[in-house]
Design a protein around this ligand. Structure first.
Ligand code: AMP
Ligand code: MG
Length: 349
């Protein structure tokens, strides 16, 4: 049995750090989703994260730290500062000021990070999470952690401790339970180029506007993944299909009360995920859903993001035959992250 312990307890934190030191995998709450943690410096532990998730080796992990200034990252061997131009170093300093929080920066990889963690890339993704439990575990261990979401590869991310055991079972020795996570979607990923340009590689819990304000410049867009890639940015390991429930998921464009895809709807009664209450009556009349989940009655993006993955998971486990989700219209703040997760969850597998 996977042990689940309360997160706000010194003994739990010590237990987690001891197991990590011994090379075991531990699931920890972060401000985004629950993560599957292993020692970043231990290549075998890193490989066991890929194995437990069924994650392909080409999809690099994020290294999590608590000491996160540019100098501290260099000192820990996470960052190779000699490969940062002056302009890039200035951008790193401006963005590191947003830590701790749900922001990941892609930087020149330092010598302490094993190649397995970065899928052989010479860059490394780094984040300083704000969740007190994860920070306490990193500090007790005295070393950075790799920590992808604690789910089987390509599946819905866990936002509660119970989701982790559902996904990974015995592969994870210990889960620290801190209740439902604060943001509910993953970190925003930003790549920094030689000339100091910062690019948005994945929309996430930290809004673009906040990042641009800290940077004093607009974020560049990444290359896009092909004609039908839609908003999908092209970063290593960023696949069109991700965050997917087992059941068929169709998206309903908020602009029309119609299926956004040409194909006829699947047989049977859907479980419906509504972004807000605005179109509930029309939708329920048309689709006679087996179940309805409203992410945020008033259409508040923070609340919707927090509830999104749990709603997908609940309807996936319900007796609904398929899932129909309302795609909210484009917008700022958390909206790009919500749309990105829904589109990937619905993408053809
Ligand atoms: P997650 O799956 O939430 O742990 O996020 C990891 C994601 O970060 C990967 O799927 C990549 O898209 C991105 N990533 C990690 N390392 C790098 C890197 N060196 N360069 C670009 N993107 C990266
Ligand atoms: Mg993930």
């Amino acid at each position: 049995m996977t042990r689940v312990l309360p997160a706000d307890d010194e003994g739990s934190v010590r237990d987690a750090a001891d197991r990590l030191r011994a090379g075991e995998l531990v699931a920890l709450p972060t401000e985004t989703v629950y993560g599957l943690a292993a020692r970043a410096y231990d290549e075998d532990a890193v490989l066991s994260v890929f194995a437990a998730k069924g994650r392909p080796g080409f999809d690099p992990l994020i290294v999590h730290v608590t000491r996160a200034s540019r100098a501290e990252l260099e000192e820990q061997g996470v960052l190779d500062g000699s490969r940062l131009s002056e302009a890039a170093a200035r951008a790193v300093d401006a963005l590191a000021a947003l830590w701790p929080g749900p922001l990941t920066l892609v930087l020149p990889k330092g010598p302490s990070v094993p190649d397995a963690a970065t899928s052989g890339l010479d860059t490394v993704a780094v984040r300083a999470p704000s969740h007190p439990t994860t920070r306490a575990v990193i500090d007790a261990l005295g070393e950075p952690l790799v920590m992808p979401s604690a789910n089987r590869f390509g599946r819905v991310s866990p936002t509660e401790a119970a989701h982790v055991a559902d996904e990974l079972g015995e592969a994870v020795a210990l889960v620290l339970d801190a209740g439902a996570t604060e943001h509910g979607v993953e970190s925003t990923i930003v790549g920094i180029e030689d000339d100091g340009t910062a690019r948005l590689l994945r929309p996430g819990a930290l809004p673009r506007e906040t990042i641009e304000e800290a940077l004093g410049a607009p974020l560049g867009e990444p290359a896009h993944a092909g004609a039908d890639g839609g908003e999908a940015p092209l970063a290593p390991g960023m696949l069109a299909s991700h965050y997917a429930p087992r059941k068929t998921l169709r998206l309903l464009d908020a602009a029309e009360v119609d299926l956004a895809k040409d194909a006829p709807p699947p047989e049977g009664r859907p479980g419906v995920i509504l972004y807000s209450n605005a179109r509930r009556i029309a939708l329920e009349a048309r689709w006679a859903p087996a179940h309805t989940r409203v992410l945020s009655p008033e259409g508040d993006d923070r609340e919707a993001a927090r509830k999104l993955f749990a709603a997908l998971r609940e309807l996936d486990a319900s007796d609904a035959d398929w899932i129909l989700a309302e795609l909210p219209p484009e917008g700022d703040g958390l909206r790009p992250a919500i749309r990105d997760r829904l589109r990937r969850a619905a993408a053809a597998r």
